[in-house]
Design a protein around this ligand. Structure first.
Ligand SMILES: C[S@@+](CC[C@H](N)C(=O)[O-])C[C@H]1O[C@@H](n2cnc3c(N)ncnc32)[C@H](O)[C@@H]1O
Length: 182
């Protein structure tokens, strides 16, 4: 078993998964993003960087990508893996601190937020506050993308975002729903 699979399993209560996202799930998450127009993309819960890698491949150097990850080992792993990518900032910080961090980086609004946070494991009130704050930070035409292994947060998300579309892929372990929210 490789480092990232072991780390997901060892930190299951924090990671919420035993495996990284499949390429099919990643493609579904990223398919509606206008990478050529995006100035700032925030990624929440980068893990081993499997989504980050695909974001970087689709962006040019004019896009800043800020990735949040609470797990120090994943951060060090990704810092090494992406050491040549100057447009990527990897922060060993919680998504719950994102507003302060963006302020410190003089960023007032973002184009896309791509989240693989295990929101099912968070307290519902905390999730509501987090998503409400994320929505405030999005540009008017911005999108929040979140995947989940069940639909149990769809109602909560629809209460915060006026437009939500739901996609689904069987081709992930476990199969996943993708919320695209604006
Ligand atoms: C389901 S994994 C996703 C990893 C990877 N992006 C993928 O799709 O395979 C969720 C990741 O979120 C991280 N995480 C959990 N809570 C977090 C928080 N509050 N802020 C930032 N990252 C968090 C976990 O450590 C884990 O790496």
């Amino acid at each position: 078993m490789n480092f990232s699979s072991l780390e997901y399993i060892n930190t299951l209560r924090e990671s919420g998964t035993v495996l990284q996202s499949s390429k099919y799930l990643i493609n579904r998450c990223l398919k509606n993003i206008a990478f050529d127009k995006a100035k700032v993309i925030v990624e929440l819960g980068m893990g081993n960087g499997c989504i980050t890698k695909e974001i970087l491949e689709r962006c040019d150097n004019n896009t800043t990508i800020i990735s949040f990850e609470v797990n120090k080992k994943f951060c060090s792993y990704c810092q090494n893996k992406f050491k040549n990518n100057l447009s990527l900032k990897i922060l060993n910080k919680s998504a719950f601190d994102f507003q302060d961090i963006l302020e410190q980086n003089n960023i007032s609004e973002v184009d896309y937020i791509i989240s693989s946070l295990p929101i099912s494991l968070f307290d519902k009130n905390d999730t509501t506050k987090l998503l409400t704050n994320l929505k405030k930070t999005l540009k008017k035409e911005g999108h929040f993308i979140q995947y989940q292994y069940s639909l149990n947060h769809l109602k909560l998300i629809k209460n915060i975002f006026p437009k939500v579309t739901v996609d689904f892929t069987m081709l992930n372990i476990p199969p996943a729903f993708i919320y695209n929210c604006a």
